[in-house]
Write a protein that binds this ligand. Structure first.
Ligand code: FES
Length: 366
């Protein structure tokens, strides 16, 4: 696509759902981290809340695979969006993307969704804490505040293994050199012999945090990184009496995706074996296909569809990614989601089928 196609006045905007996007750029950030940049073939403005994520729908070895990645770019540059991916030993999807996704490829994406974002928790002073490739959502937030000249005092603390693993290193330094309200602190676990390093060394700890941000107790904190990193940060904050209502973390990968589904399946099976009466069952009707089924209490809308041979796309299975979103046109459900649906979608009647249990008879437009 060339820029002659772009018209800022008539360009459509993105909304939560499934979209085809084309990879237009692949940038090697560090030796094992690459950014993939996407645009739509029809000019599209990719608006989202900085910190949110998308779910890629990929076909790997003939299998449909869905995987969620936070957006690393900022909606202040809305004609494209980027995700930044690190190669992981044994990581099926991330390695496949590194080895196969190239400029010109078209893939479906779902989203954007996610509660971990800088818009829903406005603050005058923020502290970004990131570890490794967990930098992506907080980088999106920082880029957004930087580009929009937001009156937000930012302290950005990033931890990496070694100096050569620091993602967006030059851009972070550039931002810190341009505005007074962006303070950058880099922490490296170690550095190699002969490698110059003037930043912090080791792991983020109490004395370091006190030096970096003496007022950290007053800041809105956004944290993303490996689970042990986030746990260490939480312990540190709790030990200091931090009001955890002002602490936000990206929970990707923290919980095995299928656990919730399995628990519900077992509950439903137990209920079925426990001699249910007809009155206990709920009727789930899929009006788009004219199919319906009676299910036991505890079974999800997604399970009901699967029993009928209807395959609603599903990725995380725990209400994070928004992939399994369907429109409910009648009845009530109990939905235990984890941020995979927007308030606007809820108001329009959408539900996440993987984590919605009918409270009575329901009708789904599918
Ligand atoms: S599959 Fe991710 S929200 Fe349902």
């Amino acid at each position: 696509m060339t820029n002659t196609f772009l018209n800022p006045v008539t360009t459509q905007t993105w909304s939560n759902g499934r979209h085809l996007v084309r990879c237009v750029k692949a940038i090697q950030e560090t030796w094992d981290v690459r950014t993939f940049c996407f645009m739509a073939d029809q000019p599209m403005l990719f608006f989202f809340k900085p910190g949110q994520f998308v779910t890629l729908e990929l076909e790997i070895d003939g299998q449909l695979v869905m995987r969620s990645y936070t957006i690393s770019s900022s909606p202040s540059l809305p004609y494209s969006f980027s995700i930044t991916i690190k190669r992981v030993p044994g990581g099926q999807v991330s390695n496949w993307l590194h080895d196969n996704l190239k400029e010109g490829d078209v893939i479906p994406v779902h989203g954007p969704v996610g509660n971990f974002n800088a818009i829903d928790f406005p603050a005058d002073k923020v502290l970004f804490l990131s570890g490794g490739v967990g930098i992506t959502p907080v980088m999106s937030m920082a880029r957004w505040f930087f580009d929009t000249n937001a009156n937000v005092d930012m302290v950005f603390v990033h931890s990496a293994r070694t100096p050569k693993d620091i993602i967006y290193h030059r851009e972070l330094r550039h931002m810190a050199s341009r505005i007074a309200n962006f303070k950058l602190h880099l922490v490296c676990e170690r550095y190699d012999i002969g490698e110059a390093w003037s930043g912090y060394r080791g792991y983020l700890n109490q004395p370091m945090l006190e030096l970096i941000a003496p007022d950290f107790l007053e800041r809105e904190i956004f944290c993303c990184g490996p689970t042990p990193y986030m746990n260490a940060v939480k312990r540190l904050l709790e030990a200091n009496g931090f009001d955890m209502r002002h602490y936000h973390e990206e929970a990707f990968g923290a919980t095995p995706p299928e656990v919730g589904e399995e628990v519900r399946e077992h509950a439903a099976e137990a209920a079925r074996d426990g001699g249910l009466t007809d009155a206990d069952l709920r009727e789930v009707t899929f009006s788009g296909t004219g199919k319906s089924i009676r299910v036991a209490p505890g079974e999800t809308v997604h399970t009901a569809a699967a029993r009928l041979g209807l395959h609603i796309p599903k990725a995380c299975g725990m209400g994070i990614c928004g992939t399994c979103r369907v429109l409910k046109t009648a009845g009530e459900v109990e939905m235990e989601h984890n941020g995979g649906i927007t308030d606007e979608d809820l108001a329009e009647g959408y539900i996440l089928s993987c984590c919605s249990v009918p409270k009575g008879d329901v009708v789904i437009d599918y």
